[in-house]
Design a protein around this ligand. Structure first.
Ligand SMILES: C[C@](O)(C(=O)O)[C@H](CC(=O)O)C(=O)O
Ligand SMILES: [Mg+2]
Length: 304
């Protein structure tokens, strides 16, 4: 029954795989999963990891991305996602949910939740999306304390601690590079280079810092949407598509709701929907007969 109900791969193995993938030849691609079902699809399609976005999670709760969500909420949501996938899960920990000691507690909670790594950012609270203007960042030494607390707390040396710097959009790319170096010295395993604009910016960062780098390919932001292959050629090690699945889903949901509201039926939308049989295949419903042969003893018609 391996892999039914929950993932077959242990958290320790996922973390080891994640760490290894960050120094492998190919770039590690992590689409954001808005729920465990999406994470199953991310795995089935063949990506290397799953991302849990703070922006998508807060939006899903009907809230802006300004640090309103709690450690408990983010951990529970991420644990559900990590629980169903064999892929490593990287979670957005915003500013660490408080003081440096809170960042340490975040690492411990995330390890217990089966998560493979997190990123901590150098913004002040209340934080905002890294692609908006008017951000503010804490002094370098304060972020270094955040990171040191996180690095020291971890029990699994393979748990990946990624430091995000939002400095490029405030003090310029050279200042962001200086911060990245200080964060690497503090023990960060990877740097999240937030809100760079062009390929040349990504190249400049890569040339200046010698630990793994993560690119954020979020839509409607400040960064060009650079293909994964190009990022790999530049020498980036990981790329997230953080809010993409939420935007895709919400675009489809809004259009669908408007059509039902206008026409009084969803008849014209059925072709765009995930079918019942596709959903059941993704859930491996039939395999639940391994527990009880009475669970999947029906057939679905051709159009289901
Ligand atoms: C990566 C990010 O932190 C997120 O929460 O997903 C956001 C993404 C976004 O708002 O588009 C970010 O600050 O870049
Ligand atoms: Mg975020």
């Amino acid at each position: 029954m391996t892999g039914l109900i929950a993932a077959a791969t242990s958290a320790a193995d996922k973390r080891a795989a994640f760490r290894a993938s960050l120094t492998s030849e190919g770039i590690t691609r992590l689409p954001g999963a808005i729920n465990p079902l999406t994470a199953k699809l991310v795995q089935e399609i063949g990506f290397e990891g799953v991302y849990v976005s703070g922006g998508a999670f807060s939006a899903g709760l009907g809230l802006p991305d300004i640090g309103l969500t709690t450690l408990t909420e983010v951990t529970a949501h991420s644990a559900q996602i990590a629980g169903v996938t064999d892929l490593p899960v990287l979670v957005d920990a915003d500013t660490g949910f408080g003081e440096p000691m809170s960042a340490a507690r975040t690492v411990l909670a995330f390890e217990d939740a089966g998560i493979a790594g997190l990123h901590l950012e150098d913004q002040v609270n209340p934080k905002r999306c890294g692609h908006l203007d008017g951000k503010a960042i804490v002094p370098t030494d304060e972020m270094v304390r955040r990171l040191r607390a996180a690095v020291t707390a971890r029990r699994d040396p393979n748990f990946v601690i990624c430091a995000r710097t939002d400095a490029a959009g405030i003090d310029g790319i050279d200042a962001a590079i200086e911060r990245a170096k200080a964060y690497a010295d503090a023990g960060a395993d990877m740097i999240f280079t937030e809100a760079l604009h062009t390929e040349a910016d990504f190249e400049k960062f890569r040339g200046a810092v010698d630990i793994p780098l993560l690119a954020n390919m979020t839509e409607f932001g400040k960064s060009q949407l650079i293909p994964a292959q190009t990022l790999q050629n530049i020498g980036y090690n990981a790329v997230i598509y953080p809010v993409t699945t939420l935007r895709l889903a919400m675009g489809a949901i809004e259009a669908g709701l408007r059509e039902i509201h206008a026409k009084g039926t969803q008849e014209g939308l059925v072709d765009q929907m995930q079918t019942r049989s596709r959903l059941y295949a993704l859930l491996e419903y039939e395999r639940y007969n391994e527990f009880d042969s009475g669970v999947f003893n029906f057939t679905l018609g051709g159009n289901q």
